[in-house]
Design a protein around this ligand. Structure first.
Ligand code: PA5
Length: 457
């Protein structure tokens, strides 16, 4: 593979080679829309909205992260990351895909306010050996604050104010928000959640880097990989810019052949959290009521994700024979850095071919067969290949998708950096739970519950 870098292969997404794919002449003729999209991305960069692209070169945030890791490593064995959505998914994908085994620090994640899961975790960990990282850009997210209050109580009760303060690190806006104010007041250590970077684009900031580095992930290599992909995405030519090409194929698959469901099919268990991160990135960046000029358009692509050979026995049936509304992207890892060989079994002659075969090869054969099954019936797919799943490759992959989400936003003419729908949901939640100032939202919910004649009891 060319100098060991990520490869994006779109050949099975293009018609006539694959009849249900994007017509080749439309792909080649994208010049005008792409020019506008490149201009829009440049405009966002000038307006300071493309800040995720500055993170791989931010020495200050890197230094801050590394210092904090140094400070906690000798003192604590485990780390609990408390955050939700963009404040958690990035760190989780880095730790799952890249942390050495055993990890330098064992990292746990608390996001959903499920009393059973959270209660079990808080009951299981040894608070003496554990440091908590509370991550929230706004510093006012309901679920994160609820978890924080529980752990604050627990730590204060056990270690007093000083011991509590030693065990909590807050990653939040550097100068505003309730969590920032609490950290100042209570003497908690802080890391910066950059003001101009939204949650789903924050993985290469301390929000993602600190938990990853604490677990032992090589964050320098991760950032190297992101920079390498940034270089590849710096050309204004769609056909040689991987992020622009990825976005363009998705855009044209929607506009030209009505494929609005995007399935990311990873053939690596370690990449499962990456696919969850992708779902958030794609859904929140492109799902918008309004266009950039304020027209109501209800834009969006629906991301789905699945993992591994098991879906050849599940989802594949739908993909091959169900509605023709999907574009599948296969995510393939060539070297899993783990080997398991099938033994020869003379007594099972039907499977003699398996003898000596590495499981990585079995997995890749499964992936190829899914890809070909789709091609056979004229259904399009893309392929992204990582030569090996390491920090550098992850950096490439992350930047590829972040940049593609931004470019797709530009193609559709929507703002990929806001999330008004999520904000509205947060307000309704506050209203429901009786927060002062949010009464109108509670009232809306009460009214919506009133008309219940369709409810079976
Ligand atoms: O990507 C996003 O904007 C959201 O998923 C947020 O990350 C999530 O709502 C948590 O917000 P906050 O970091 O303010 O706690």
């Amino acid at each position: 593979m060319a100098d060991n870098r990520l490869v994006l292969d779109i050949q099975r997404s293009v018609a006539p080679r694959v009849p249900g794919g994007v017509p080749e002449d439309r792909l080649v003729g994208m010049a005008q829309a792409a020019t506008r999209a490149f201009q829009q991305v440049a405009q966002w960069r000038d307006d300071g909205k493309l800040s995720f692209a500055k993170l791989p070169n931010d020495r200050v945030l890197l230094e801050q992260t590394q210092q904090m890791v140094k400070a906690v490593r000798g003192q604590f064995r485990e780390l609990v990351v408390v955050g939700i959505g963009g404040a958690s998914l990035g760190a989780r994908m880095l730790c799952t895909a890249l942390a050495p085994k055993p990890a330098a620090m064992k990292v746990h994640f608390v996001d959903n306010v499920d009393p059973r899961t959270v209660g079990e975790l808080f009951g299981r960990i040894d608070p003496m050996a554990t440091v908590f990282n509370v991550v929230s850009k706004s510093g006012s997210t309901l679920e994160t604050t609820a978890h924080f209050l529980v752990l604050r109580d627990l730590l204060r009760g056990r270690f007093g104010k000083k011991g509590y303060a030693e065990r909590v690190i807050v990653t939040t806006d550097p100068d505003s928000g309730p969590l920032h104010a609490i950290a100042e007041r209570e003497g908690l250590r802080t890391l910066t959640f950059p003001k101009d970077v939204g949650g789903r684009f924050s993985v290469l900031s301390p929000a993602g880097l600190f938990p990853a580095a604490a677990a032992g992930v090589d964050i320098n290599a991760l950032l190297d990989g992101a920079r390498a992909m940034m270089d590849r995405c710096s050309t204004d030519t769609v056909l040689s810019n991987p992020a622009a090409l990825l976005a363009t194929v998705h855009y044209l698959a929607d506009r030209e052949v009505n494929r609005r469901v995007n399935v990311l099919w990873s053939y690596s268990d370690a990449l499962r959290p990456f696919t969850e991160w992708y779902i958030q990135l794609w859904a929140q960046s492109l799902g918008k009521r309004l266009s950039l000029n304020g027209t109501e358009i209800h834009n969006g692509l629906t991301p789905l994700a699945c993992t591994g050979a098991q879906e050849q026995h599940g989802l594949l049936q739908l993909l091959v024979e169900g509605p023709e509304d999907k574009l599948v992207t296969f995510l393939s890892v060539l070297d899993h850095q783990a080997h398991l060989e099938a033994p020869p079994a003379q007594d099972v002659p039907e499977f003699g071919f398996l003898g000596g075969m590495d499981f990585g090869a079995v997995l890749e054969a499964g992936r190829r067969s899914s890809e070909l099954a789709l091609q056979e019936v004229g259904r399009p797919s893309l392929r992204i290949t990582l030569p090996v799943l390491n920090a550098r490759a992850m950096g490439e992959l992350i930047h590829l998708y972040e940049h593609a989400a931004a470019f797709a936003g530009a193609l559709y003419g929507v703002d990929p950096f806001d999330q008004p729908g999520v904000e509205e949901g947060k307000k309704i939640g506050f209203g429901l739970m009786g927060r002062k100032g949010f009464e109108p939202f509670a009232e809306k919910v009460r009214q919506s519950d009133q008309n219940s004649r369709w409810r079976l009891t």
